[in-house]
Design a protein around this ligand. Structure first.
Ligand SMILES: Cc1cc2nc3c(=O)[nH]c(=O)nc-3n(C[C@H](O)[C@H](O)[C@H](O)COP(=O)(O)OP(=O)(O)OC[C@H]3O[C@@H](n4cnc5c(N)ncnc54)[C@H](O)[C@@H]3O)c2cc1C
Length: 566
């Protein structure tokens, strides 16, 4: 393949905003976007609830300062304060850009963009398009990229990052349609491959492809990952499938109810009630269930999310997708009956360590969106801040990469790198291999949900880590049973599993090492936050297959450490 100025891996919101901004910065650049699925099927399209910006439309006294403080407090003080400031300051401008491109935001009567309350936020500042916000934004960005002439390579799966003496050369990818390994030489590369919460398998709200490919490839290429132990459980996943019921449902006034009919959040967050931050609400639901106040069913234990009092009109206009999902996947119509829910693995706070322009430690390599850790979410992300992050930092990474591209003259990718990849892929099909992908994947999901879930203890984490290590060993014998070249989905699943296993080890090791409770990471054996020892980021590298953990200071600003109360 000929040399590209920028190769972007990922066609979700972060990748597309980066591509659009890079084209704006330098229209002559040659930019390629690679995506393992068709871009507008990326997980961004599943985002329901909305995107935060202190526009002060619904609440006139809202401010950017208040958004910054909520984000830092929500992060349990692990966010880097310079990054949180950029996030919130750039938010109103980003929403205006989207509006000008034609994103159909829901409106107030005066014609301005409507904003709904979201968890952990002092004011209603979440802008939305009914409950299909991500879908509409993604369509819009895709149109803009096509219009500006971005070249798309759809159904190409990233295999490796090629580099020489700490500088990027490009990437290798599998052309899913033909089975060929294709080289993409590049002056700069931007990772925008999304999150890794699908490693929790059927207790996850994530799309099947959210397997953390970019993070795993970066890790294997020597780029450090940050804060991997922080995995967010969203309070309201559908009981049977883990599919998401947006926080917007509580934002619109939904109640959480236990089996005695009690609004139990009054015990845990008397002021914020159902609109406490996600870590707190998830823990509260889990506690209700553990202490016997949940409902029992053959499909597992759960509590109720009750929307009936909101009325049919509101549910049909503002939460139409939630109604559909509840009817299809739980057989309940929320207009008539409460929805059975339980917390579901939802979001990866950890990811590829970057600065506020998306730069990693490797020259020419950037990361943005859920695969990156800037870090704006610290130990717990606020609802509505992730769509915002992918747009703000996708834009910044696209801009910075466009400026850097002209200065880089990468060494060509060697032919042996390509043949080594072919050999690896062919070896996976060897008949001596006995392990089955489906079994390993289920076991990974089960051990993570049981041992590295919402409540964690040293002993469970040790068991979880042992299981993950054993699964990584067994993976060495996994077999791809389909040996065809065209659309080999078995091969793709196995490659994704390899990535999830590598990352699962960082998650479990980080969780075991961090002997405190902060944000989404709750250690029953270390129930309080320990700022003296643990107010720092964890940094993960891999050497000879072993995970190494180091630390990095949190960037502070004007907000001092405080106890978090809601
Ligand atoms: C159900 C759900 C609802 C959500 N609702 C909200 C919400 O209301 N508000 C909010 O702020 N946040 C929400 N989030 C979080 C938010 O949607 C995501 O964090 C965000 O959309 C991630 O965007 P992204 O561009 O980083 O990645 P994604 O949108 O996940 O895109 C990743 C891209 O990378 C590509 N890719 C991945 N691996 C490879 C590979 N190996 N090779 C080639 N391409 C690859 C994929 O094809 C895809 O195009 C929600 C998340 C979920 C799961």
């Amino acid at each position: 393949m000929q040399l590209f100025d920028i190769v972007i891996i990922g066609g979700g919101g972060a990748g597309l905003y980066a591509a659009m901004e890079a084209m704006k910065t330098a229209p002559q650049l040659k930019i390629a976007v690679l995506s393992k699925i068709y871009p507008n099927r990326s997980h961004t399209s599943a985002a329901q609830g909305g995107v935060n910006a202190a526009l002060a439309n619904t609440a006139k006294d809202d401010s950017i300062e208040s958004h910054i403080f909520d984000t830092i407090k929500g992060s349990d003080y692990l966010a880097d304060q310079d990054a949180a400031e950029v996030l919130c300051q750039d938010a109103p401008g980003i929403i205006r850009e989207l509006e000008n491109m034609g994103t159909p935001f829901s409106r107030l009567e005066d014609g301005t963009i409507a904003q709904r309350p979201f968890g952990g936020a002092a004011k209603p500042r979440c802008c939305y398009c009914a409950d299909k916000t991500g879908h509409t934004i993604l369509q819009n960005l895709y149109e803009q990229c096509l219009r500006k002439g971005v070249k798309f390579y759809n159904e190409f799966l990233l295999l490796s990052l090629e580099h020489n003496n700490g500088a990027v050369q490009g990437v290798l990818a599998l052309d899913i349609k033909t089975g060929k390994v294709v080289d993409f030489p590049a002056r700069t590369v931007i990772f925008a491959t999304g999150g890794y919460a699908k490693m929790y398998w059927n207790r996850s709200s994530n799309a099947a492809g959210n397997s953390g490919d970019g993070q795993a490839v970066a890790l294997r290429a020597g780029i450090p990952l940050k804060d991997m132990e922080f995995v967010q459980f969203h309070p309201t996943g559908l009981r049977k499938s883990g599919l998401l019921v947006t926080e917007g449902a509580r934002g619109e006034g939904g109640y959480l109810i236990n089996k005695s009919g009690e609004r139990f959040m009054s015990r845990y967050a008397p002021q914020k009630m159902e609109l406490g931050p996600r870590d707190l609400v998830s823990r509260s639901i889990e506690t209700e269930i553990r202490e016997g106040r949940g409902f029992d069913s053959t499909a597992g234990r759960y509590v109720h999310l009750d929307l009936r009092h909101l009325g049919a009109d509101l549910i049909k206009t503002r939460l139409p997708q939630i109604r559909e999902l509840s009817m299809y996947f739980e057989g309940v119509d929320p207009i008539e009956e409460p929805i059975p829910i339980l917390p579901t693995a939802h979001y990866s706070m950890g990811g590829i360590d970057t600065d506020i322009d998306g730069r990693t430690v490797m020259k020419g390599v950037y990361a943005a969106g859920e695969c990156a850790c800037v870090s704006v979410h610290g130990a717990n992300r606020l609802g509505g801040n992730s769509l915002l992050e992918i747009l703000v930092f996708g834009k910044r990474a696209g801009h910075a990469a466009a400026l850097e591209a002209k200065d880089n003259s990468p060494k060509p990718i060697s032919g042996t790198a390509v043949s080594d990849q072919y050999k690896y892929l062919r070896d996976l099909m060897h008949h001596d291999r006995r392990e089955r992908y489906g079994i390993l994947r289920e076991e990974l999901g089960r051990t993570l949900a049981n041992n590295v879930g919402i409540y964690r203890t040293g002993e469970d984490l040790k068991n979880g880590l042992q299981d993950v290590k054993a699964l990584r060993d067994r993976f060495k014998k996994v077999r791809v049973f389909d040996s065809s070249d065209v659309f080999n989905t078995n091969l793709i699943q196995v490659l994704e599993l390899r990535n999830m296993l590598d990352l699962a080890q960082t998650v479990a090791e980080g969780a075991l090492m961090r002997e405190e409770s902060r944000g989404s990471h709750t250690r029953e054996d270390f129930p309080t936050r320990d700022d003296e020892k643990w107010h720092k980021h964890t940094m993960f590298t891999i050497e000879n297959g072993q995970v190494k953990i180091d630390f990095k200071q949190v960037t502070m600003g004007k907000y001092e450490l405080q106890e978090r109360k809601y």
